[in-house]
Design a protein around this ligand. Structure first.
Ligand code: SF4
Length: 204
């Protein structure tokens, strides 16, 4: 089975699903089977149960680690919504010294067919949302979401709702878009009062 807990550049990550409603052209999943010290991040046929996630957490030595634990992996964590929330609760017991972050595509409300910002924000310390593009048309061309024209407005709505809670909300994008589009994303982020992180694309 795929690694659920793995480390990369001195940070701890949780890989809890391979499901995702997008096909981003820059997705790291296109470049290999694993990241960091993981052997593979691809599950065979099914996403892990909570018991399987719990077993890997129990087997992992968090030792003196005091950094962030990041829900990321080879899929969209909010596709495994119940396990995401349960796992976050469990990590508060197992590693109370750590902060929790979810890296999400922001499509949780559409995926789970209900408002999800409150529960996610209550579970996490940081919610990092992939903005990726400055407009709905450009987002669709780059990320190919199954939700079509509903996706980008849903991301902005989710981000706006997260701001109501006691959580750090961030946008991110990968620098595969034009400089002009990065500027437009920055303007949109500034208007919404959400910091934007521009990530380097790596094909490794
Ligand atoms: S949302 Fe994330 S996991 Fe899904 S295709 Fe895009 S980059 Fe990959």
């Amino acid at each position: 089975m795929a690694n659920i807990v793995y480390t990369f550049e001195d940070q701890i990550y949780l890989n809890i699903t391979n499901a995702c409603p997008c096909k981003c052209e820059f997705c790291i999943r296109n470049n290999g089977d694993s990241v960091g010290d993981a052997d593979t991040l691809w599950f065979e046929g099914h996403s892990p149960s909570f018991d399987e996630i719990k077993a890997e957490i129990d087997a992992f030595d968090f030792g003196g680690y005091t950094g962030e634990i990041i829900f990321c992996g080879y899929g969209e964590p909010t596709c495994a919504y119940d396990n995401l929330l349960k796992t976050a609760d469990y990590l508060r017991e197992k590693a109370p010294q750590c902060r929790l972050r979810v890296n999400t595509n922001g499509l949780s409300d559409l995926l789970n067919k209900k408002p999800t910002a409150k529960e996610i924000c209550e579970a996490m310390d940081t919610v990092s949302i992939s903005l990726n593009a400055p407009t709905s048309e450009k987002y669709e061309a780059l990320c190919h979401p199954v939700f079509k024209d509903k996706a980008f407005p849903a991301i902005l709505k989710f981000a706006e709702e997260c701001k109501q809670y006691d959580v750090a909300v961030k946008f991110s994008l990968v620098n595969v878009i034009s400089k002009e589009d990065i500027k437009e994303c920055q303007k949109l982020s500034d208007k919404m009062g959400i910091p934007l992180r521009v990530r380097e694309y790596t094909a490794d």
